[in-house]
Design a binder for this molecule. Structure first.
Ligand code: HEC
Length: 187
């Protein structure tokens, strides 16, 4: 019996020792695992921070890109606006040019036809006020080509228009067509 106790106690001690060993191993394993997981965690953190860095860099790039695009689009828009404004100015200038040119050219006609086309030139011509631009242009072109002679003074009018370009004649006709016929001033 005593031997059995002895064996038992040896076994118990062995068990305790073994279990102790096992605990130690476990402890070691746990410690290892902890270190490993800490390493992993660190690596993970690094990864995260790397990822964050990458994301931030990408974001910064994207933002720069977006900002560049915005600047570009504002630029393009401004250029378009400037181009449109230039075109408008050009259109206005072109639209005004015939009137100014016509007014300038009419100075040498005013002596006979009156400042606003209200006179019968040399008492012979029809009134030029109140006529349409196309009628006036046709008559003037006909005079310039020597094809019109209403009161026997077609040649005089031909001389007046000899040096004029078609664009001058059109500008003149356009300007004269703005003259209103006064009451009692009709043909
Ligand atoms: C020296 C005077 C004189 C001057 C300057 C003169 N004209 Fe005349 N104009 C006449 C006479 C005269 C006639 C009639 C000609 C004819 O016999 O057909 C006439 C006719 C016209 C007619 C035709 C009218 C109609 O309905 O039959 C027009 C338009 C006209 N002139 C425009 C002009 C213009 C534009 C100018 C300036 C570039 C001008 N004239 C300069 C004397 C003048």
């Amino acid at each position: 019996m005593k031997k059995t106790y002895l064996y038992l106690s040896i076994m118990a001690v062995a068990l305790v020792f073994l279990s102790g060993c096992k605990d130690k191993e476990t402890e070691q394993a746990v410690a290892k695992a902890t270190v490993q997981s800490a390493k992993l965690q660190k690596a993970h953190d690094t990864k995260i921070s790397d990822a964050t860095k990458q994301t931030a860099t990408q974001l910064a790039k994207d933002t720069t890109q977006v900002a560049k695009k915005a600047v570009e689009s504002v630029k393009t828009h401004a250029e378009h606006t400037i181009a449109a404004a230039k075109k408008t100015i050009q259109d206005v200038v072109v639209a005004q040019a015939p009137g100014d040119r016509g007014k300038e050219l009419y100075q040498k006609c005013a002596g006979c036809h009156g400042g606003r086309g209200e006179k019968r030139a040399l008492g012979k011509s029809a009134l030029i006020a109140g006529q349409s631009a196309s009628d006036l242009a046709n008559k003037l072109i006909a005079y310039r080509e020597g094809k019109r002679n209403v009161a026997g003074m077609g040649n005089l009018m031909k001389t007046q228009l000899a040096s004029m370009q078609k664009s001058d004649i059109l500008a003149l006709a356009e300007y004269i067509s703005t003259f209103q016929t006064k009451k009692g001033n009709t043909e």
